[in-house]
Design a protein around this ligand. Structure first.
Ligand SMILES: *[C@@H]1O[C@H](CO)[C@@H](O)[C@H](O)[C@H]1NC(C)=O
Ligand SMILES: *[C@@H]1O[C@H](CO)[C@@H](O)[C@H](O)[C@H]1NC(C)=O
Length: 392
């Protein structure tokens, strides 16, 4: 009897963690060039898209049984070329897509400094842990304050060994139904794009993008100087920077950002993100209204009646649907491509016939690579994470 009881307890111990925690899916990025399985999976997706299910296991090695529709989101990376042998390159970018019953989160972290990749890894893990454990359940302004607190508390919790000689950006998008929250610290960026579909084409528009974080931004440079930091101006040769020396190690760095996690000796640099909340239903109204104005103008231009009466626009150009998606990317991508260029490419894969959305992300990373190569040997790490929103 006692024996059976022990077996029952053992079974409960094994199954309880699965049954009581809500299910979730965490996608981590694969490298499009240096992960050979991913390279082959992407090639196969391109050449025989009908067999897509076969390759999904290579693109989602952490989740052999993906249950959500995997054409709705994804993340990819490409390690940079930052001097030295190719095998010595360390990818300091992190990215992820996290889906659950209560919240969907996607984002990127970009590490810098000798321990930047460890900081980025720590921050990714710690922010997600906090989201899973203590994100408020209602959608009021609590979430915005909660996000600021989560960034601050995560920053404070980074172990000193790694936080003294490295830091990272963090750009997150939280989706809860039709409410979207952006939280951004540092020079990675996230944005919300709209895709309005007609019979003819996909009209793509950027509805919101996080503000690029620079020490020379008037608000930031004022705050930094008031906090006693030295800020140098942007020039042809260099970005504007905020300078600090760690008294213990004599380690001096000029940081081209005013908000990061880690970099503990940069006392004037803060981890607080700029936070924005967006209502998708309002955005949809705006997209439809702006499209109406656009069409009216377009129709006027093709007006040909001699009596001045207008010819109605062809009905096939009426909007069939409006969709939204979010993108986060590190500056390795954002320095070479504009949000609208990225969004237009992705829309062709997410809503058009260009192929699987992973190929759209791959396309963006290769295009950035080409633009880096035109400038010389150096290439920054790159990471991108995308997710469709719910339909409103
Ligand atoms: C996944 O979504 C695409 C469009 O977003 C749709 O065409 C496809 O049928 C969906 N697949 C599954 C398995 O739900
Ligand atoms: C998360 O994304 C999935 C798949 O796109 C969607 O079905 C679900 O409703 C989303 N969850 C939330 C909380 O927005």
């Amino acid at each position: 009897m006692f024996h059976y009881f022990r077996i029952l307890l053992l079974l409960l111990a094994i199954f309880l963690p699965w049954t009581d925690s809500s299910s979730f899916l965490l996608l981590l990025p694969q490298d499009i060039a240096f992960d050979s399985t991913t390279r082959i999976a992407l090639q196969s997706l391109r050449h025989s898209p009908e067999a897509v299910e076969l390759y999904m296991h290579s693109l989602f090695p952490h989740h052999p049984q993906v249950t959500w529709n995997h054409t709705d989101y994804g993340t990819l990376t490409l390690v940079g070329n930052k001097g030295g042998h190719v095998l010595e390159q360390i990818n300091q970018d992190r990215s992820f897509v996290f889906l659950s019953d209560t919240v969907n989160v996607s984002g990127v972290m970009d590490g810098h400094g000798p321990t930047g990749h460890s900081v980025a890894e720590y921050v990714r893990h710690e922010l997600l842990r906090r989201i899973q454990q203590s994100l408020p359940e209602d959608n009021n302004n609590n979430v915005k304050q909660w996000l600021r607190d989560a960034f601050q508390q995560t920053d404070a919790a980074i172990p000193n060994e790694i936080a003294m000689q490295g830091g990272c950006t963090s750009s997150l998008v939280l989706q809860r139904g039709s409410q979207i929250y952006f939280a951004n610290a540092g020079d990675s960026q996230s944005f919300l794009a709209a895709a309005l579909l007609t019979e003819e084409k996909i009209h793509v528009q950027i509805m919101y993008e996080t503000r690029l974080d620079k020490p020379n931004h008037p608000d930031e440079s004022k705050r930094l100087q008031e906090a006693g930091a030295q800020v140098t101006q942007e020039s042809e040769q260099d970005d504007g920077r905020v300078w600090a020396t760690d008294p213990a190690t004599g380690y001096t760095t000029g940081l081209a950002m005013s908000r990061v996690l880690g970099d503990r000796h940069h006392t004037a640099v803060i981890p607080d993100p700029l936070v924005e909340k967006i209502d998708l239903k309002e955005m949809k109204q705006r997209v439809l209204e702006e499209y109406k104005v656009y069409r009216t103008q377009q129709c006027k231009e093709v007006e040909i009646n001699t009596d001045g009466s207008s010819i109605p626009c062809p009905p096939s150009q009426d909007p069939r649907a409006v969709y939204f998606f979010v993108v986060s990317a590190t500056d390795g991508v954002m320095d070479s491509l504009k949000p609208i260029e990225i969004a237009q490419t992705l829309a062709g894969f997410l809503y058009g016939n260009n192929g699987h959305p992973f190929l759209g992300m791959e396309d963006i990373l290769w295009r950035s690579t080409q633009l880096w190569q035109q400038q010389g040997q150096y290439r920054d790490d790159m990471a991108i994470a995308i997710a469709k929103t719910i339909q409103v």
